[in-house]
Design a binder for this molecule. Structure first.
Ligand SMILES: *Cc1c(COP(=O)(O)O)cnc(C)c1O
Ligand code: SF4
Length: 359
């Protein structure tokens, strides 16, 4: 970024911040590697300063807003931390990162379900879903560090799920009472939007359950706000006897900058096994070249490509759907360019099936 560029961006940010009157916290140095310009130092500040309207996002990246986007954001607000917005190419309305987060009128198209993956039938306990043998998934919070327009849980009734630390402990009680559960998965929303104190208590209690063998987090936070990988997070990870798995969510190689690489390295050095799930998204990553670059970049930063998901047919997201055949063709071609462990499994979630279904 040139100095002039950075200067005008600073002015836009100052305007947006003044308008939103967001509190600017005193920043602590804990784990925060504030570099230049407008990037907030701590993850909490990064959450507070996130862009929250399509108008602000468009202004920040220098593209024209879509008039009908205003209707779409009423249903699902825009939320984009500056660290993510910074990676969007200025003035490019087709940028693959921008498309993932900018509300547009395309979301108003009819069709699709509000519960395409059968979450409502899979309640094992309040806020706990079990679809597959041996593992259950805890809806730990409704909050995310970014709002992905294609999100399959954008209609999930988060209000009905137990919240915060107490909700997590109740979920663990259900897990403790069922010896067939070997793995607990914290999902959401995004579990890493919870405070480290809450997550530390959860991890401690999970370690006391004898039949539990794995703890898994489904999270986009470290890839969006890498300063979330702070010392207090690494502390509770390091304290776990039970192996920890993080399933990250990167859809495009451009998301993986040097700060993200450092965050992944710190997690891996603390003993976390890192896997990635991506979603096949029209106009974002539905080409062989883009997927090849994503997989190579993931391996560069010690993350194994785990799943490539066929889009769940959720209301408001159908314009992101790519044909199943193109996903299959991409995977077939990836196999001749990558090690076996570098090729994700292309899957779809079909309600009632005993696992994700490979396509
Ligand atoms: C996707 C999912 C899992 C995880 O499945 P894996 O194949 O183990 O990654 C677990 N529980 C639920 C409810 C899920 O939707
Ligand atoms: S981070 Fe995950 S749960 Fe949150 S909006 Fe994105 S896809 Fe949905």
């Amino acid at each position: 970024m040139s100095a002039a560029d950075s200067n005008s961006r600073f002015k836009i940010m100052a305007q947006i911040l003044a308008r939103n009157a967001l509190p600017v916290e005193a920043t602590s140095v804990q784990g925060g590697s504030s570099q230049s310009g407008d990037v907030p130092a701590t993850w909490q500040t990064a959450m507070k300063r996130a862009l929250r309207t399509a108008g602000d996002l468009c202004q920040y990246v220098g593209v024209e807003p879509d008039r009908l986007g205003i209707e779409a954001e009423k249903q699902f607000p825009v939320f984009v931390p500056l660290q993510f917005a910074e990676k969007i190419e200025k003035g490019n309305p087709r940028d693959p990162l921008l498309i993932q987060v900018l509300a547009t009128g395309l979301e108003l198209a009819p069709g699709g379900a509000t519960d395409a993956v059968g979450d409502r039938e899979a309640q094992f306990a309040p806020g706990v879903l079990q679809k597959y043998s041996g593992r259950c998934l805890v809806i730990s919070t409704g909050a995310c560090a970014i709002h992905c327009r294609y999100c399959f849980r954008r209609h999930f009734p988060y209000d009905e799920a137990p919240k915060g630390g107490q909700g997590l402990m109740q979920a663990l009680d259900a897990v403790a009472a069922d010896p067939s559960i070997e793995e607990v998965i914290l999902s959401g929303g995004d579990p890493l939007t919870l405070a480290d104190g809450v997550l530390a208590r959860f991890t401690n209690a999970a370690n006391d359950i004898e039949h539990l063998r794995r703890i898994r987090f489904h999270t986009r936070v470290p890839g969006v706000i890498p300063s979330r990988v702070c010392d207090s997070l690494l502390d509770w990870i390091a304290s776990s006897r039970i192996p920890m798995f993080f399933v990250t969510h990167f859809n495009h190689a451009n998301e993986i900058c040097t700060e993200v690489a450092t965050a992944m390295q710190r997690l891996q050095q603390t003993g976390v096994t890192l896997l990635n799930q991506a979603v096949l998204l029209q106009g974002v990553n539905d080409s062989f070249q883009t997927q090849l670059e994503l997989c190579k970049r993931l391996l560069d930063v010690r993350v194994i490509p785990y799943y490539l998901h066929q889009l769940d047919r959720v209301q408001g997201t159908l314009h992101f759907e790519a044909p199943e055949a193109s996903g299959q063709e991409i995977i077939r071609r990836l196999r001749s360019h990558l090690p076996g462990y570098g090729v994700p499994t292309f899957v779809q979630e079909i309600p009632g099936q005993p696992s994700k279904t490979p396509l």
